[in-house]
Design a protein around this ligand. Structure first.
Ligand code: NAD
Length: 507
């Protein structure tokens, strides 16, 4: 054990074994072929997940279908489901350090960041519980004398949840408690790189008393069990978060069974800074926006659009802020930036740094990569800034998913909006200004599902996550989650004598 003094975090000597959850039973790794996860920091085998088979996937869907159709899960009072969801929230809170350690080891993200995400996850479960008591339809008492129309809002059925590696528990918490609150059942497939906390959640659900089959959790690859879930006849919704490319594949696979697909996809967020902003606060959040999770967030503020009159001064302030950030061992609570997730991602980011140089952007900071940092092995990418970037360069158009910031100067609000809206994505944007007119003009004109003004990556369970254009289809969390996991049913009631005849009497 390589403990970090006075913290619960330590590099374990042996990997942790996880279990699948299918129909209320935990299936240990000893019963299946193991999926080995080596940590991107320390380069150590840290987790072993049982690889779900095609038969496991069928069993999980069948269990979820039975729980939905043949038990009282979907019809029990919302208050009862809410109590169960709150119990799970409490268990997540109690297991915070354990969950944070697993994610830090598997994903390389610093524990300081993960602890905050687990708090947000608890908040999401607690908020979702309130929806269990507030899902309702509509009534029409205006259709005629002896008739009435009811629009029922009913749970849609089995939801397959496919999640990415970058926010394992948090993203699952944007889906699962909401689906459960509304009476759906679920089959969860986390990323094969960071499955640990989803699988541990399975154990917590068991502890909370979740009925068998309501939630099933698998581990395995997207191209096998992920695809199987997307084309499965008994899955009603695929709720997917991941890359735009895989989102398109999923859409195509789901089309044959005409299932509902909800897609939260990639982004290329613009952080727009006007000369009249609080530049000190903006520099801090611009640094956070690009370095949080080493730039591997869908909402990473990867393009910095800065008004030309302050461009030089502000770029220097951001560079100074970025230089002061501690990079290193994700288990060290003082570290803010760890390694990136994998060798493949390390190489992809390296190729974009090379592209930026070839495109003649000015390398203002960083640009190097190393397999060791401060005595820790790992895929470390030095925080990198390119200045003098033009909006059409590839580093300004494509999702790099690493700590690489592209600075683009602009003069007017209209020009800033045009540049910000010039990619295929439309996920998130940040605006920094003290001028209300500018703030509202940007909020209205930015073609992204989220616009944050004078803050960045704040969020709240009440606020939906929405991807515009190629950043997504549908939305999740907030009270609008009821739309993701329910469907409407019209009931028309005739309660007086029916005098209207299709075939007139005596014909
Ligand atoms: P990814 O698309 O490679 O994988 C996401 C999930 O899909 C994984 O569980 C994977 O196993 C599965 N998968 C892969 N191929 C599949 C297939 N053919 N069929 C079914 N499932 C399949 O994404 P990633 O690398 O894990 O995550 C990074 C991406 O996710 C980035 O593009 C990022 O922007 C995006 N993301 C978006 C949001 C959002 O809310 N919009 C949040 C986080 C991450």
């Amino acid at each position: 054990m390589n403990a970090h003094p006075s913290t619960p975090y330590a590099l374990p000597d042996a990997p942790r074994d996880f279990s699948l959850l299918i129909d209320g039973s935990l299936i240990p790794v000893s019963d299946r072929e193991p999926i080995d996860r080596t940590s991107p920091a320390h380069r150590r085998l840290v987790s072993r997940y049982p690889r779900a088979t095609a038969a496991d996937t069928d069993s999980a869907v069948a269990a979820a279908k039975t729980a939905f159709e043949k038990t009282d899960w979907a019809t029990m009072p919302g208050a009862a489901r809410a109590r169960l969801i709150l119990k799970v929230a409490e268990l997540i809170r109690e297991h915070k350090a354990e969950l944070a350690q697993i994610e830090a080891l598997e994903g390389g993200k610093p524990v300081s960041a993960i602890e905050g995400e687990i708090d947000v996850s608890v908040d999401l479960w607690e908020y979702a519980a309130t929806l269990a008591r507030h899902a309702y339809g509509d009534t029409y008492d205006t259709l005629g004398k002896d008739t009435m129309g009811l629009v029922l809002r009913q749970p849609i059925g089995v939801v397959a949840m496919i999640t990415p590696w970058n926010f394992p528990l948090l993203i699952l918490s944007q889906k699962l408690p909401f689906a459960l609150a509304l009476g759906c059942t679920a089959v969860v497939k986390p990323s094969e790189l960071t499955s640990g906390t989803a699988l541990l959640l399975g154990e917590l659900l068991q502890k909370a008393g979740m009925p068998a089959g309501v939630v099933n959790i698998l581990a395995g690859s997207g191209s096998t069990i992920g695809m199987q879930l997307c084309s499965h006849t008994d899955v009603a919704v695929v709720s997917f978060t991941g890359s735009t490319e895989v989102g398109k594949t999923i859409s195509r696979a789901a089309a044959d069974t005409l299932k509902r697909v909800s897609l939260e996809l990639g982004g290329k967020a613009a952080h727009i800074v006007f000369a009249d902003a609080d530049l000190e606060a903006a520099a801090d959040k611009v640094a956070f926006g690009i370095l949080h999770n080493a730039g591997q967030c869908c909402v990473s503020g990867t393009r910095l659009l800065v008004q030309r009159s302050v461009a030089e001064q502000f770029s220097q302030a951001v560079a100074a802020q970025i230089k002061s950030v501690r990079v290193g061992d994700p288990l060290d609570p003082t570290v803010k930036v760890g390694p990136v997730i994998s060798k493949q991602q390390y190489e992809t980011i390296g190729s974009y740094i090379a592209i930026g140089k070839e495109e003649n952007a000015t390398l203002m900071l960083g640009g190097t990569q190393s397999l060791q940092h401060g005595g820790v092995d790992g895929y470390f990418v030095e925080p990198t800034i390119f200045a003098d970037v033009s909006p059409d360069m590839r580093i300004a158009q494509e999702e790099i998913f690493g700590p690489v910031l592209a600075i683009i100067p602009f003069d007017t609000v209209d020009e800033a909006l045009e540049i910000a809206n010039s990619t295929i994505y439309g996920l998130a944007s940040g605006v920094w200004t003290s001028n209300l007119d500018t703030a509202f003009k940007c909020a209205r004109g930015l073609r992204s599902g989220t616009v944050e003004v004078n803050t960045y990556i704040a969020g709240a369970p009440e606020l939906p996550l929405v991807g515009h254009r190629q950043s997504g289809v549908g939305h999740e969390k907030g009270r609008f989650a009821v739309e993701e996991f329910t469907e409407l049913k019209t009931v028309q009631l005739q309660f007086g004598p029916l005098t209207d005849r299709w075939v007139p009497k005596g014909n």
